[in-house]
Design a protein around this ligand. Sequence first.
Ligand SMILES: [Zn+2]
Length: 106
Amino acid sequence: MKGRRSRLPRSVRIGFRDVPIAVRDFADQAEYGCYHVHEDRIEINAGLKASMRSLVTVHECLHAMFATAMPAVDDQTEEVIVRALTPQILGWIRDNPRLMALLADR
Ligand SMILES: [Zn+2]
């Protein structure tokens, strides 16, 4: 995707809250993204290719979901679960556009 379609929204709705998403240059290019739990915001590395940015966005959104859904889970366990689910969820979204439209329809 290029141009406007490739831009991430400024926030993502997760549960009852709008979590800001900022795309910025990271000093450490080995760091892809971050969910800041205390500030409840997501940052994505601007240097990522679109396909990786999608994966990282899903990954950080899952961390934001954990913050409210399962706050007692330790960080290491959370990371294992998030890493396992991220490609599964992204593939599920991409492979099922009709189901996504149905689920999004309130
Ligand atoms: Zn993570």
